[in-house]
Design a binder for this molecule. Structure first.
Ligand code: UDP
Length: 239
């Protein structure tokens, strides 16, 4: 059993702790929810535990399919043990259906199917509000090398293919999602979380939103949506 040591970092939805192993961190998922770059704040009951366990399902699936992730094991209801990463300051968004900022920016009605997956990059900077950037900006700012970016694009599209297929089997459309990558012992590894906070999930039949848009847009039954995603993925009711 690794020992939890001091807190290294606290973000909007998670805390990261050092452990007695230099290669491993503990991530604790919080119930706090924010949107619009921190302007909207709230809590979602049991979100920490739900996102921890939902992320574990996705990370295990991806590992099984050959995608290196930071996930090591669950370490409690709301905690997971992960490989210590140096996070790259690039957020990668993959989109299959127009929604959110893309629908707005390009004037596409929300729900328009895209003919192929669309990749976007954002500069991970709270002060700047995570502006959208392209490959030139990434190189100019030295956020990642061209080799890392090639690998990131390839991995992001591979993750999309795996998740699309898996979620289709659960009657869920994967609208879009955000990934973060880091390096561990020189290798590129998928980090952060994969959860209703970072993905848009729509029920395939009813198109009901089962993700953080329920919080962002005050649609109600936020907890119920996260619990429903847990039930679809695990086949179990969240207790
Ligand atoms: N996303 C995220 N963190 C962010 C911004 C976006 O996890 O800081 C996710 C979001 O949940 C959605 C996808 O990335 O699944 C695309 O988000 P979009 O650009 O539409 O942004 P938003 O609607 O949050 O402004």
């Amino acid at each position: 059993m690794v020992q939890k040591l001091e807190q290294l970092y606290e973000g909007k939805a998670k805390r990261v702790y050092r452990t007695d192993s230099p290669d491993l961190y503990l991530v604790e998922f919080k119930d706090d929810a924010t949107a619009f770059n921190g302007a909207k704040k709230g809590t979602i009951r049991n979100k920490g535990a739900l996102n921890n366990q939902i992320s574990a399902v996705f990370f295990r699936l991806l590992e099984k399919r050959g995608v290196p992730t930071h996930f090591v094991e669950l370490a409690g209801e709301r905690e997971m043990l992960v490989k210590a990463l140096e996070i790259l300051k690039v957020e990668v968004v993959v989109r299959n259906i127009a929604a959110g900022s893309l629908a707005k920016r390009l004037g596409l009605p929300e729900g328009t199917a895209l003919p192929f997956p669309v990749l976007e990059f954002y500069y991970k900077s709270d002060e700047l509000g995570d502006p959208m950037i392209n490959g030139y900006h990434i190189r100019a700012l030295g956020l990642a090398s061209p080799e890392q970016m090639a690998k990131i694009e390839e991995t992001a599209l591979k993750v999309n293919g795996i998740l699309l297929e898996y979620l289709a089997g659960k009657d869920i459309d994967l609208v879009d999602f955000k990934l973060e990558f880091g390096t561990h012992k020189g290798g590129l590894v998928l980090g952060d979380e994969i959860s209703p906070d970072t993905c848009r999930f729509w029920d395939r039949t009813t198109r009901e939103k089962l993700d953080k848009d329920r919080f962002r847009r005050d649609l109600g039954n936020v907890e119920g949506a996260y619990e429903e995603m847990f039930r679809r993925l695990t086949g179990k009711k969240f207790e």
